[in-house]
Design a protein around this ligand. Sequence first.
Ligand code: DOR
Ligand code: ZN
Length: 343
Amino acid sequence: MELTLTRPDDWHLHLRDGAALASVVPHTTRRFARAIVMPNLKPPVLTTAQALSYRQRILAVVPPGSDFSPLMTLYLTDDTPAEEIIRARQSGHVHAVKFYPAGATTHSDAGVTDITRTYAALEAMEDCGLPLLVHAEATDPGVDVFDREAAFIERFLQPLCARFPALKLVLEHVTTREGIEFVRAAPGTVAATITAHHLLLNRNAMFAGGIRPHAYCLPVLKRETHRLALIEAATGGSRKFFLGTDSAPHARELKETACGCAGIYTAHAALELYAQVFEEARALDRLEGFAGRFGADFYGLPYNTATITLEKHDWQVPEHYPLGNSSVIPLFAGETLPWRIRD
Ligand code: DOR
Ligand code: ZN
C-alpha cells in the first residue's frame, strides 16, 4: 500500500544548536517542507536579529537539494517590547512567538512570570496577526502534574482569549480532553498542535516494567481517555488541529540520569508515526489535511507543491542516532514500524 501526500509541515519542532543541530536537521528535512522552530535555546531567541542568525545556522546544515524552510519564532518574556514584535513581523521570517510559563519545561527559566507584563507585546501581536504559541501548563507547585494543562486553560487561557479576542493562538502539544474541548469551543483564531507520541502512548509507557526516561516529556503523557480524545481530534477532519511533533532531542546521558530532561525524539520517523495513528483510526484519507493543509491555513502560508510518498513496509528503528558528540535514543528504538518513506 502507498500513500502520496502534499509534502507536510511540522508546526512545532526543537532543532537545538551547534553540533546537535547538524545531527537532527536531516531527519526533519527528509519529511517536511517547513517547520516552526522553537526558540528555547540557551540563551533563548529573544530578538528578531537572533532569530535571523539562528535561521542562517539552520540553513547552513540543510542537506543540499532540500527545499526545507525553517519558520522562526521568538521567545516571549516579561520584557518583550511591542517594537520587537513589529520587527519580527516585518522580517518575514519570524512566524510566531512562544509563551513558556517560567519554570514549566526545558529552558523555560527566562519565560513569563507575570502574564500582565506581556500585554503590550500581545496587543502588538493581535494587531499584526503574529500567532502566540502557548506551552499551556500551570507552574503552581500545588497543581498535580497531570492536571497542569486543564488548570492553565482555566486560569490563564480562557481569560487571555477574552482579553485578546483577535489574537491568533495555538495550544501547543495539547494532551487532554479538556484541552481539545477548549479549542473546539474557541473561535477560529484558536488552534492546537498534536504530537505523534501523545497520539501513540498513554502514561503507562513511562512505567512499563521500570521507569522509562525516554518516554518522559512535557506536558507529560496522560491517561488513555485523553489519548482517545486526541485521536478523535487529529483524525476527525477539524481544521483546528494540525501536526506538530515537538520532537525534542536530548543527549542520552541527560535522559538516563537521576533527574532526566523532558523530551521525546520523533523526527526520525515523524510522518510515519502519524500515518500509523491515522491508519489505526481508519482515517488515512484525513492525514493530508492534518499534516499538510490546516497548519498552513492557520499561519496564512501557501500549501506546499511537492509531494511525499509513504509505503506500508516494516522497518526497524535504530537503537540510537548521533547527536553532536553524543547520541539520542529515538522513540521506539529497536522496534518495528509499519510505514516508511519511499525513496
Ligand atoms: O518535553 C519537552 N521537551 N517539552 C517541552 O516543552 C520542551 C522540550 C525540550 O525543549 O526539550
Ligand atoms: Zn516543544
